[in-house]
Design a binder for this molecule. Structure first.
Ligand SMILES: [Zn+2]
Length: 492
């Protein structure tokens, strides 16, 4: 992650629970609930006839005591942390750890297979797919004494490592884990992680969002994870209009606007002049167009607006609408680095004689929409991934390599999250330098260690391609070492 936060802060930003709809695809998928409103969950669910309400008093009491029990997790073996997908170093990437729950020791291989399937299904979905090279995904195995997850409404209680259970709050498909234990375990095994996700060994459809998203083994459950990461990464709001009593008021998320904030719309860059605001669903030309302001979002059917007729933040079988997609891309870019290495590396003034100057070279993440521009004292002198000084470059200059993600999926980037720069101070002599050791002639073959920092390139996956067991637990220390290099590089 580019702007390193305290290890557990990101997940905690979105503490909440998720209420799953039944059937999953017929209605808006789920409601995001802050933990303080767990008591309201039942009321919210009863307000929605499509939800299946189960008797749960005894189950809830059981869960509360269960989560207070100390659990002795076995020390993990190095091979219990495997790399599924490696886009770059930890410092350059968003690091997601898929954690096993409900897999016994004999089901270890099944977990890594399931984690790879989950990873693939996530990174094949836009916009995660286009930016897969900015993600690392790991699988962390902890054996559970028993297989599966609890279903208290059915009288099924499973002794698994992280206490994952369905029926939370009386909602059958709401599967939650013991967040604190998961975060503690992941923090020990993979301290540089950004998001921990529990993959629970249960075929029932279910999951949840919040600090630690949970996803079951049901094939369609991957949509829950895609949706929940919209909350975790981009702070997207749910676009459901089903009532949620007690939910805090506001429209601070990038994909919702209250009646008072329709002019100007925060996503106005996407709205064509001919699109009326508010926009009626009858005026929709497709599932996601035109972008406008459609009433019904953030658990309110009136007075709260969403950008598009539909969206994955509204219905689980949809794609992300353009505004949510933009917010996700900006959020991903803000937390990662497109620039992978630079030559010469950060250091003092690069001094050289014309004809003997180094070729300035950068490596970038394999993102299709990147544009590279070389600027000498603010003026473009070249494009592409390398540049060499010429006759016009004699003297003192500031050389800037600017990487810009020119994707047309982002129309508004006020924080320049999609731009990165590498800067060198350059002095070019026209003639042979005097025999002064203070003046160093550099070329790529004689670059000194403090000037040239060329890391061992991380294994880069150009497609999502998740595969368990490719690097083993030993990859994590290597990533940390590279992260240290990257931090030094970024400070230059
Ligand atoms: Zn949306």
């Amino acid at each position: 992650m580019r702007s390193r936060r305290p290890p557990h802060l990101l997940p905690l930003l979105l503490l909440g629970l998720t209420l799953l709809a039944v059937p999953a695809h017929a209605q808006a998928g789920f409601v995001h609930l802050p933990p303080a409103h767990v008591g309201d969950l039942q009321a919210a669910a009863q307000a929605r006839p499509e939800l299946q309400i189960l008797p749960f008093d005894a189950a809830t009491a059981w869960l509360q005591t269960r989560f207070q029990q100390p659990r002795n997790l076995q020390p993990i073996h190095p091979t219990d942390l495997q790399t599924l997908h490696q886009g770059g170093t930890a410092a350059q990437s968003l690091d997601i750890v898929l954690v096993a729950d409900g897999f016994t020791a004999s089901e270890r291989d099944a977990f890594f297979t399931a984690a790879a399937v989950t990873c693939d299904a996530l990174l094949q979905w836009s916009p995660y797919a286009e930016y897969a090279s900015l993600f690392n995904v790991y699988a962390l195995f902890y054996p559970s004494p028993q297989s599966g997850a609890s279903h208290p409404s059915q009288g099924v209680y499973v002794d698994n490592a992280f206490g994952t259970t369905f029926d939370y709050g009386g909602v059958e498909r709401l599967a939650v884990a013991d967040d604190a234990k998961v975060l503690d375990a992941v923090g020990q095994a993979a301290p540089d992680y950004d998001i921990a996700v529990v993959v629970v060994n249960d075929p029932a459809y279910g999951g949840s969002g919040g600090a630690v998203p949970v996803v079951s083994m049901a094939p369609d459950a991957i949509a829950i994870l895609r949706h929940e990461l919209g909350h975790n990464l981009a702070h997207l709001a749910d676009e459901y209009d089903a009532a949620y009593p007690g939910y805090p008021a506001g429209d601070g998320e990038p994909n919702v606007a209250s009646l008072a904030h329709l002019e100007p719309l925060k996503w106005h860059a996407w709205v064509k002049p001919e699109t009326p605001i508010p926009t009626l669903e009858a005026q929709a030309t497709s599932l996601y167009t035109p972008v406008g302001a459609y009433e019904g979002a953030r658990y309110q059917s009136v007075g709260m607006f969403r950008p598009a007729p539909n969206c994955l933040m509204r219905s689980l079988d949809m794609a992300f609408c353009p505004v949510c997609q933009e917010a996700l891309i900006v959020a991903i870019q803000k937390s990662t680095s497109m620039l992978r290495s630079r030559l010469p590396g950060p250091g003092p003034i690069v001094t050289c004689t014309l004809g003997q100057c180094p070729t300035f070279t950068v490596q970038t993440a394999p993102i299709a929409t990147l544009q590279l521009q070389w600027l000498r004292d603010g003026h473009e002198v070249a494009t592409g991934d390398s540049w060499s000084p010429g006759m016009d470059d004699v003297g003192d200059h500031t050389l800037t390599l600017r990487v810009h993600d020119a994707t047309d999926a982002v129309l508004s980037d006020p924080g320049n999250a999609l731009v990165e720069e590498a800067i060198w101070n350059l002095h070019v002599d026209a003639t042979e330098p005097p025999p002064d050791p203070a003046v160093r002639a550099l070329d790529c073959g004689s670059c000194s260690e403090d000037v040239v920092a060329t890391p061992a390139p991380a294994q880069v996956s150009t497609a999502s391609g998740c595969q368990a067991g490719t690097a083993g637990g030993s990859s994590w220390p290597a990533l940390l070492a590279l992260a240290a290099w990257a931090l030094r590089r970024r400070s230059a």
